[in-house]
Design a protein around this ligand. Structure first.
Ligand code: FAD
Length: 457
């Protein structure tokens, strides 16, 4: 019986899974393999929130395979060695896996291909598993990738997406291929409010979002207290949901909410096509001529205040505390906290990006690093000098202050929008907010420092 290994990476699902479908074609037996890869460097491997979510996803994937007569094979170690061992144990003909974009993913693919070819086996790498449109599928006339979102989106929108594939009815796994025990979710270092992972929950969340969330997305996505975004990001990050399927199903709902939402999913593909073409953008400024951030401040005390949610700017602090509590943050909150660190405090964006990656359950090398670069003005923003004012942002996107009160208990008794400027409080309100810190920086001074630094370039 012909046999294939399917290496699962950031695609931990059974629905709409081209590598699995291709492997099963012709009635093949399949080894569904996940490797806890010792080659993936911290902080991508060691973040407790993502590890806990990953354990949920693996258990759910195993349960889905068992319902179809199969099981998940889990190994730990060097990914190439473990795949080769599984190939030998199963006497498999070939290996199927999803394409991915980071420098590490490119290296993994090259190593795997040459190790397999040396044994007379083939590696099949499938596009549009972790993206809706493959990196490089749309390009401008003069470059291998788009550096600006709007023209990218125009072409992205015009592409016909492949059809969605259903989940397989049956998966037969050959005997004699050993697996580690699946782990239950570890609690060590995990945010208390962390969401649960897995394809089953991801599909339920998507269905609920299509029913009652997406229609209002255009109007409500920036309402920080309303929490009116999909929260699908961790499911997309771990690939328990397929971006192709998400786009098809959202488009079927239609309307301005659906359109605005699909545009955000296109941002995800946009950053991936940038990283695929410029893998060094994970750590180095994308616009090299502006590479002055190595000399930006490290400002230990300011960074600590930012990480702890004690900057004295309530909306910034609320967001940083939400991140610690949930391992997730609203997009508007990510924008304004990143701008505060990189521009108002003028700290190297890599320091902030690292903290996000330590905590975010959706922490993703393409989305995180390139969004940080976008905000810092070193990336693809066409207005790199804009600075988000945390007071204006707070008043606009949390006008009643409910988001701040939810996350900053020292300010829980301050009513209405006054919560955004605790230094203006007087009398009883002032004493109610007594435990809350003074601002770490004067906004006008921060802005002037950033502009001086820009002027020196
Ligand atoms: P929704 O608003 O419901 O959007 C739907 C989906 O579209 C998201 O799940 C996500 O996959 C995609 N998306 C939305 N906004 C963006 C965006 N700006 N860039 C790329 N994709 C987007 N997203 C991550 O998935 N991982 C990260 O590590 C990450 N780091 C970020 C760091 C900074 C500084 C900033 C400004 C943004 C970052 N984002 C990251 C993008 C965005 O904030 C999150 O995807 C979004 O908040 C997730 O919530 P949601 O699923 O409810 O989003």
């Amino acid at each position: 019986m012909p046999t294939s290994v399917v290496l699962f990476t950031a695609d931990l699902r059974l629905h709409d899974h081209p590598p699995l479908r291709a492997a099963l074609e012709g009635g093949h037996e399949v080894v569904p393999l996940f490797v806890r890869d010792s080659g993936i460097a911290d902080p991508f491997r060691g973040a407790p929130n993502r590890l806990a979510f990953l354990d949920d996803c693996l258990r759910d994937l195993d349960a889905g395979l068992r319902r179809r007569g199969g099981r998940l094979v889990v190994r730990s170690g060097d990914v190439v060695e473990e795949v080769c061992k599984a190939v030998t144990e199963a006497d498999a003909d070939d290996v199927h896996m999803a394409a991915d974009v980071s420098a590490y993913a490119h290296l993994r693919e090259r190593r795997l291909r040459s190790a397999l070819e040396a044994e007379g086996r083939r590696l099949h790498v499938h596009d549009t598993v972790t993206t809706a449109v493959a990196p490089g599928a749309v390009t401008p006339a003069s470059s291998d990738h788009f550096a600006v979102f709007t023209p990218y989106y125009r072409q992205w929108s015009g592409r016909r997406l492949r059809d969605t594939l259903g989940a397989p009815r049956a998966v037969r796994v050959p005997a004699g291929v050993g697996s580690e025990e699946l782990r239950s979710r570890s609690a060590a270092g995990v945010s208390p409010g962390l969401a649960e992972g897995g394809e089953t929950l991801g599909r339920k969340r998507l269905a609920a979002w299509l029913r009652s969330g997406v229609a209002a997305y255009e109007d409500r996505h920036d309402d920080m207290a309303g929490d009116a975004t999909s929260r699908l990001s961790p499911f997309l990050h771990f690939g328990t949901l397929s971006p192709v399927e998400v786009v098809h199903r959202v488009r079927r709902v239609g309307g301005p909410g659906a359109e605005a939402f699909v545009r955000q999913v296109a941002w995800r593909d946009f950053h991936r096509q940038v990283l695929a073409a410029r893998t060094d953008a994970a750590t180095a400024d994308y616009r090299t001529k502006h590479d002055r951030w190595r000399s930006a401040r490290t400002a230990r005390e300011d960074v600590e205040a930012w990480r702890a949610g004690r900057t004295g700017y309530p909306v910034v602090d609320a967001a940083m505390r939400q991140l610690r509590h949930e391992g997730w943050m609203h997009n508007r909150a990510r924008l304004l906290t990143a701008s505060f660190l990189a521009k108002t405090l003028y700290v190297d964006w890599r320091i902030g990006a690292r903290h996000f990656l330590d905590l975010l359950v959706d922490g993703d090398i393409a989305n995180n690093q390139l969004n940080w670069q976008w905000v810092a003005g070193t990336g693809t923003d066409t207005r790199p000098n804009r600075v988000l004012n945390p007071l204006t942002q707070g008043k606009r996107h949390d006008p009643d202050g409910a988001y701040v009160r939810r996350w900053v208990p020292e300010l829980a008794d301050i009513e209405g929008g006054a919560v955004h400027e605790p230094w203006k409080l007087s009398g009883r309100d002032r004493s109610a907010a007594a435990g809350y810190p003074e601002p770490v920086v004067d906004l006008a001074e921060g802005l002037a420092r950033f502009r001086r630094a820009r002027g020196r370039e």
